[in-house]
Design a protein around this ligand. Sequence first.
Ligand code: URA
Length: 293
Amino acid sequence: MSLDLAPRQRAMLKEMGIKVWWPAAEVAVPVAPPPAVAAVVTPEFIATVAHPTSSKGSFDTENTLQKHPAVAQVSAPRPPAAPFTAPLTSHLAAHLDWPALQDAVANCQACGLCESRKNTVFGVGQAPTDPALAPQVDWLIVGEAPGENEDLQGEPFVGQAGKLLDNMLKALGLNRTRQVYIANVLKCRPPHNRNPAPAEIAQCAPYLQRQIELLQPKIILALGRFAVQTVLADSVPQVATIALGKLRGQVYAYHGVPVVVSYHPAYLLRSLPDKAKAWADLCLAQSVVQKAG
Ligand code: URA
């Protein structure tokens, strides 16, 4: 039976040793509606929130909401999502361990960005205690996509915006190899640093989702609108229509992991007045980490 897969997708599956059995007509699968609850967390929650789960890889938003009644449930049930062609990567990434996930990203050909990239950019952070496991970090910082320098070096945030991020971390007593992991929504550079396309985000987001699942950080700091929209997609209705400035100042939850949003460092380089707000966001995030113990 011939499958209706693009050559790039076939190459990716072959690379990963995955056999696919579904016929072409079934590639478009109905996807379950996202959780109907947006978790906007109040100060009481911050005061009581513990590290959501000690067992790595287990997500439990519902439980977190039950255990923490201070979490406001702000959204109405959403209508069922229309069927769409599920990103190929979501079938693959969901069960990979950390080293296999790194390999999958390094060999990914799920979208056209693989043709122009020099390197994939998986992420950087504290070294894992066991090479087979994800690093144990308190903070996951999520940016948008690699730029020119990141593409050349294979590491996130190594340009001017990265220097600012490093300084912000330093002010908190952190650095990119201590209690921190830094990753982007996209693992490959969009040519000429253009904005990520929705289809590219859809293909790449399962890698970030799996990173979060394996890292189980105490806080996710989402920087800039693409990171914010990706991380809060299932919990804040119509998040793409809400200005980042309006989303700031609250703690959200991504599958039980607290999330704080802030401005992208590249934007802060151009908008000095908002640096003070970004510092307030970092302090909010730090308070969540400290309360989690
Ligand atoms: N901007 C990002 O969002 N990520 C990087 O890695 C570099 C710049």
